[in-house]
Design a protein around this ligand. Structure first.
Ligand code: ADP
Ligand code: MG
Length: 576
């Protein structure tokens, strides 16, 4: 088994239990597989999940203990808290792995994590005492006590409380969770058992487990819906290890020793079944139950995910979202070690729940991208993608610069798209310059015409002896306006002419294709629009004429004659 990293505070393990006899009889197939030499599990053919450790069907309880738990117990002697979770659907092997069932019939080999940890703990205590004596040091003093809680429906139950009324399932317990000034979490109203040895501890645990099972038969599979939290507190008073060597010399002579007290908590958590509450019949209490269990599991996932996400350093860790995370607050993150064991069934019948369990662990682990197993295939794919990128870059460059290209048939040709584009752009710019120059010429010519005409009119007036400067200015302005209008008129005439031509071409085409069509209908409507525009233009012209006539009357009769001449010319032009 390969270990990926130990830098994170939480390690993730996946354990696949063997198929049960029932599953074999019912013909269930195995849908999980483990990549040899890699801590990776495959669900079906293509769903791969990576863990820190993966234990396949044939793995033994001892293996799991030695690989993952042993060092956590050793850490407790250095003052580090530790938490081990068993997560997964009901029947996936959480209780078996954790050993919370305390089945009297199981063999030594089948013993779960807790029994092994307790044994290990007391063995270590003995060893440490002996080692100190051998070194001539005062032996360290150890105090071990234990708590066994059950969290059901966001309610804390004390499994060590022998006076507990298991019938009163709705009775609220008086257990409270508090936080001390140093951020430590402690409970009030929980039975704490001080234990002096392995057998005493195991006796306590068996009684607690019995209390849980008795309750569960009465409370309808409560055990699968509740979290069981077994906690060992270790308090150690020892000679400071830094000074141990010096102290020995001193102690021999002066008996002066520096002592330190270390405390550590070890939580073993057999979580509630992660299966989704069945939709049918999930009403009232049952639904509430399901929701609050999910809230514990959900909050736990979020807490682990928030703690492990290095990208968001100052984020809020949602410990208070559930009793479970609140209770374990000081043992998650910080300098404590956490192990999450994702227990799964190998049978295809449980495929969806197994997928959910693996996904939950991956989400909590902040794994965003799936690791591809086959390294060869992965690099092959990367290479293929790289060459694809190069090919596309080449193509893009060719289009931009018009280089030589080889088409699909292997014929070499020159792509002149680039040159053609450049030529068209130059031509476009030249035309733009010409249009501007032409427009300027038109403006100049129009100004000249205006000047000539007003001079002409002034001459007529002078001859009649009626000219003065004011009138000549007025005439000049009017002529200018008329010229501007004439230009506009010519322009709209040209546009109209084009439209008319298009229309006749289109109607000719529609008769050719036979009968009225959507196309001809649209053309008809555009014809109507043209006629409307022409009507409006005529009316405007009429108005202008009237206006001008009125003004002209007031100013001078001769000028009126000139204007009339121009306007009638325009009307003639417009109507033909
Ligand atoms: P959970 O606590 O997740 O509901 P259990 O631990 O009760 O599941 O396991 C369900 C059944 O599978 C039990 O009968 C248990 O003995 C068996 N089982 C689980 N894991 C293993 C394993 N690794 N080896 C053999 N039997 C197992
Ligand atoms: Mg169980």
């Amino acid at each position: 088994m390969m270990r990926i990293s130990n830098s994170s505070f939480c390690l993730f393990q996946n354990r696949i239990r063997p198929q049960l006899a029932k599953e074999k009889i019912e013909g269930c197939h195995i849908c999980t597989s483990v990549t040899p030499g890699e801590p990776q599990v495959f669900l079906g053919k293509d769903k791969a999940f990576t863990f820190d450790y993966v234990f396949n069907i044939d793995s033994q309880q001892e293996e799991i203990y030695i690989q993952c738990i042993e060092k956590l117990i050793e850490g407790c002697f250095e003052g580090y808290n530790a938490t081990v979770f068993a997560y997964g659907q009901t029947g996936a092997g959480k209780t078996y792995t954790m050993g919370t069932g305390f089945d009297v019939n199981i063999t030594e080999e089948e013993q779960g994590i807790i029994s092994r940890a307790v044994k290990h703990l007391f063995r270590c205590i003995e060893e440490k005492k002996q080692a100190a004596i051998k070194q001539g040091l005062p032996p360290p003093d150890f105090k071990v006590n234990a708590q066994f809680l059950e969290l059901y429906n966001e309610e804390i139950l004390d499994l060590f409380d022998t006076t507990r009324d298991i019938d009163a399932k709705n009775k609220k317990s008086n257990i409270k969770i508090h936080e001390d000034s140093a951020g430590g979490i402690y409970t009030v109203g929980v039975t704490t058992r001080t234990v002096n040895g392995e057998s005493e501890m195991m006796q306590c645990l068996k009684l607690g487990a019995l209390s849980r099972t008795t309750a569960s038969t009465q409370m309808n599979v409560q055990s699968s819906r509740s979290h069981a939290i077994f906690t060992i507190h270790l308090c150690q008073t020892r000679v400071c290890p830094d000074n141990a060597t010096d102290n020995r010399i001193i102690s021999e002579s002066s008996e002066m020793n520096e002592f330190e007290t270390l405390t550590a908590k070890f939580h073993f958590v057999d979580l509630a079944g992660s299966e989704r509450l069945k939709r049918t019949g999930a009403t009232g209490e049952r639904a509430k139950e399901g929701i609050s269990i999910n809230c514990g599991l959900l909050a736990l996932g979020n807490v682990i995910s928030a703690l492990g996400d290095k990208s968001k350093k100052a984020t809020h860790v949602p410990y208070r979202d559930s009793k479970l995370t609140r209770l374990l607050q000081d043992s998650l993150g910080g300098n404590s070690q956490t192990l999450m064991i994702a227990c799964v069934s190998p049978s295809d019948r449980d495929f969806m729940e197994t997928l959910n369990t693996l996904k939950y662990a991956n989400r909590a682990r902040n794994i965003k991208n799936k690791v591809v197993v086959n390294q060869d295939r992965a690099s092959q794919q990367i290479n293929a993608l790289r060459s694809e990128i190069t090919r596309l870059q080449m193509e893009l460059m060719e289009y931009k610069t018009g280089k030589r290209i080889i088409d699909e048939e292997g014929v070499e040709s020159i792509n002149d798209m680039f040159h053609e584009n450049a030529m068209l752009q130059t031509e476009n710019n030249n035309l733009r310059v010409r249009i501007k120059a032409m427009q300027e010429t038109i403006d100049a010519l129009r100004a000249r015409i205006t000047q000539l005409m007003s001079d002409q009119a002034n001459q007529v007036l002078a001859r009649a002896g009626e000219g003065n400067e004011e009138i000549s200015n007025m005439i000049h302005n009017y002529i200018k306006e008329i010229e501007d209008l004439r230009a506009k008129l010519l322009e709209s005439e040209a546009v109209n002419e084009n439209l008319r031509r298009n229309l006749s071409r289109a109607s000719a085409r529609s008769t050719y294709f036979g009968g009225p069509s959507a196309f001809s209908a649209s053309m008809l409507s555009s014809e109507k629009e043209t006629m409307d525009i022409l009507d409006i233009a005529k009316k405007d012209l009429e108005k202008l004429k009237k206006k001008e006539r009125k003004k002209k009357k007031r100013w001078c009769m001769n000028y009126n004659a000139i204007c009339f001449l121009f306007i009638s010319k325009e009307v003639y032009f417009f109507n033909h």
